[in-house]
Design a protein. Sequence first.
Length: 377
Amino acid sequence: MNAPFRFLHSGDLHLGRRFGNLPEEVRSRLVEARHQILHRLAEAARAQGACDVFLAGDTFDTETPSDRIWRQALAAMAAAEGLRWWILPGNHDSLGAETLWARLAAQASDNVRVLTAAAPVDLAPGVVLLPAPLPRRRPTQDLTAWMTEAATPEGALRLGLAHGPVKDFSEEGSSAEAIIAPDRARSAGLDYLALGDWHGQVFVGDRTAYAGTPEADGFRHTGRGACLAVSVEPGRVPGITRIETGQFHWAEAPLPLVPGQDPAPALAALMPAAAAARRDHMLRVRVSGRATLADHLALQDLAQALAPDFAHFVLETAALDTEIDAADLETLDHGGALRLAAEGLADRAQNPALAETDRRIAAGALNRLYAYLREGA
Ligand SMILES: [Mn+2]
């Protein structure tokens, strides 16, 4: 074969993921974005002149996705005319999900191929795919090992497809024996090894990569999801292009404060410039350092004013200490019972004899009382 072979490398779609830890109003939007990613991947493949899409495991979030999830996914894949979808069972949707894969085998269109065996698959003349499907959720060996011995026609391109860690990412205790050899592309003579499992995009040498999830699903990896367009030809290092496909932009931003610092400009600096884009932003701001009672309140007010613009906005203040200053207390209910309560809390919050958690609880209560009295004033 002369022309380079082009394909799209993606994975970890986690279709059907429920996002139960997020508020109701954003959940359905995230679920829908996961479904729509199939259309976005199809678009990206066409734009890159690729006819094949590799899904490197965890296409489905669970072994038993609801009928809506898998039927609508199949329909979307079937509608992508001229494209072939190569689906590798991962750890969330391993071959242990017998019902799921039996249903797909029975109902999927011809352009959807589930890779159920660790055996070479001819993709095109002179192009062979070597898949390593997960037989069960937790494999006990490096499933790419067979690729070293896999015979392919002289001169054929060898493409590996696997799911799992190349080092101990220690997310859910993958066993050490199952770790994929990071130099597998070299030892098995692969032109490219397409990996899934890690949800961010990571390059492991110039012939091995994690495409990451095409629709981001957590604060751990900042930005929008992406896939990889890969172009391989014999004897050359593959050409790899990152293509952003995700709808939602996830970010976690630190906001360190010092007492007396106006939190407004610091917070404003973390905002996406285009207000309209905020609708698709998931932003978690982690505040740390120290702030006065007045600045705590100003920060909460700012956050409350900003939040409705966002798909999801959280201000985490658990790590923000309170600087108790007499001037702030002076502004409260002079000589009244609430002022006495505030002073009592201030004493507790600053009492070195108390445990850290008790001091924090007192500081938290003082901040709430302060906010209540100021907003009432
Ligand atoms: Mn995954």
